[in-house]
Design a protein around this ligand. Structure first.
Ligand SMILES: [Zn+2]
Length: 487
């Protein structure tokens, strides 16, 4: 490595520096129609079919703000612990790009919708500077490999799709923290129903501002903006690469320049695109066709009233009122659907801890095998709850319950229906059990002798024989007790 003493490895060099990371996340709001016109936002439509004079940027067309988009943006802001400004201003951000027919983006600049929020990740608080609303540009599609055969296409279906941009404070100190922040952010927004956050469809896009400074230094280093971090894996790879690149550059006597870099997922590297533009390059000015956005206290409290319980609060409640372990509570609040399903099973069964084990264990395994989401589960939460209740009441052995559960999953039927049809039930009737136990004792004289001679472990074998003879239907606790008595 140029300019670096041979004894100093790259890892040593990186350890001398502290990365400083801030994220800018664009999220597509889950509205049916675009932000300033009535065109649908549906994904995958014929190119340039969901367009009108407004989102095509035709001269004279006037934007009308979509109230549902504002509702969702407010919900996002509240979920991210932001203060919503009673008055915010739309501004034109001027730049040229072929997929931006208006020649400007309608965004918010010095008076955004909301400010001063935060997200907690593993005991650390990451500040959120602002949440503002804006419209999306269209899409350029590049095709062809040879110069003579290279085309670019423009699809304006996405033009005018409502977005919020969530800008964090530069509070993250590693790619892992950035990963945790984005994970939590995505989870909260999905939970509230603000966005699907489907990264493959571009509903959540992430750019990162990255700089490094010597540990202990106060002054921030020069930052580079890394764009195109469109998966969690890419985010981590790109940040680690960018941190390494900057450290290597500085250690080699060079200096970082403020620029925009693009992450190339094929090479795992970031590549300089252009020197970073500054806010003044955009010539922001207030959008003359839109009145200031006023959010009254009444509007705010309306939105607040219909907000669901947020994942962090629900996690705490699961631990406190159901006695779940922290890890389990985390898994069971990973999505709103999982949380709702679990709570239903817990309440129907009256046994939250077993409910947690079934949802995270047997159900999760079968869902994974079938490639299904929990909302598509053939076993309803009510039916699983009833099954768990039967185990808790000693009406079913765990082993038999698992067998019945597999059948519930393949047929969608209730446990009781399957048990009635197949004559399955746990035998705890002492008369019936005694008969089976007597048979097993008679058939295994050698083991009986060993047990009586003091070899206590043989009991397990005998219990197993009884369970087998009863086709798994015997109540294991009763078998244990009765076997001991008889022997
Ligand atoms: Zn339109």
């Amino acid at each position: 490595m140029k300019g670096m003493s041979a004894s100093l490895t790259l890892a040593d060099a990186i350890a001398k520096y502290e990365p400083v990371i801030g994220l800018e996340v664009h999220v597509q709001l889950a509205t049916r129609t675009k932000i300033f016109c009535g065109c649908p936002t549906s994904f995958g439509a014929e190119p340039n079919s969901n367009v009108c004079p407004v989102c095509l940027g035709l001269p004279g067309a006037l934007p009308v703000l979509n109230r549902q988009a504002v509702d969702l943006a407010i919900e996002a802001a509240l979920a991210l612990n932001c203060a919503v400004n009673p008055r915010s201003i739309f501004a034109r951000k001027n730049y040229f790009y072929p997929d931006l027919p208006k020649g400007y983006q309608i965004s918010q600049y010095d008076q955004p919708l909301a400010e001063h929020g935060y997200i907690d990740i593993g005991g650390k608080r990451i500040g959120i500077t602002r949440v503002h609303m804006e419209d999306d540009a269209g899409k350029s599609i590049h095709d062809g490999f040879r110069d003579s055969d290279r085309y670019s296409y423009i699809d304006l279906n996405r033009s005018g799709t409502p977005l919020i941009e969530i800008v964090s404070e530069p509070d993250m100190r590693s790619s892992d923290e950035a990963h945790a922040y984005l994970t939590e952010l995505k989870q909260v927004l999905q939970y509230v129903g603000v966005s699907t956050c489907d990264m493959e469809k571009g509903h959540l896009r992430c750019d990162a501002n990255v700089s490094v400074r010597l540990r202990g230094a106060e002054k921030l280093g020069t930052k580079a903006e890394v764009k195109n971090l469109n998966s969690f894996r890419f985010l981590k790879l790109a940040l680690d690469h960018e941190i390494e690149r900057q450290v290597e550059l500085i250690e080699g006597g060079g200096r970082v320049i403020q620029e925009t870099r693009l992450f190339n997922s094929d090479t795992g590297e970031t590549v300089g695109m252009r020197s970073k533009e500054h806010a003044h390059d955009y010539r922001y000015f207030p959008e003359p066709d839109l009145a200031p956005l006023r959010v009254s206290e009444a509007w705010l409290s309306q939105v607040r009233a219909r907000m669901p319980e947020l994942p962090a609060a629900r996690r705490r409640r699961f631990i406190e009122s159901y006695g779940l372990r922290e890890y389990d509570a985390e898994v069971l609040t990973s999505t709103r659907e999982v949380s709702d399903y679990f709570e239903k099973v817990a309440s129907v069964s009256g046994d939250p801890r077993s409910a947690a084990n079934w949802v995270m264990g047997d159900l999760a395994a079968l869902l994974k095998e079938a490639g299904k989401e929990i909302v598509e589960s053939p076993v309803s939460a009510e039916n699983l709850g009833a099954l768990v209740a039967m185990i808790a009441q000693g009406k079913l052995s765990g082993k038999l319950a698992k067998e019945i559960f597999r059948k519930m999953f393949s047929t969608g039927e209730a446990a009781q229906t399957i048990m009635d049809r197949e004559g399955l039930a746990t035998i705890s009737d002492e008369g019936a059990l005694a008969k089976i136990i007597d048979e097993v004792i008679a058939a295994n004289p050698k083991q009986v002798e060993q047990y009586r001679g003091g070899k206590a472990t043989v009991l397990g074998f005998l219990v197993g024989q009884v369970m087998k003879a009863s086709r798994g239907q015997a109540d294991p606790a009763a078998v244990n007790r009765m076997l001991k008595e008889k022997l």
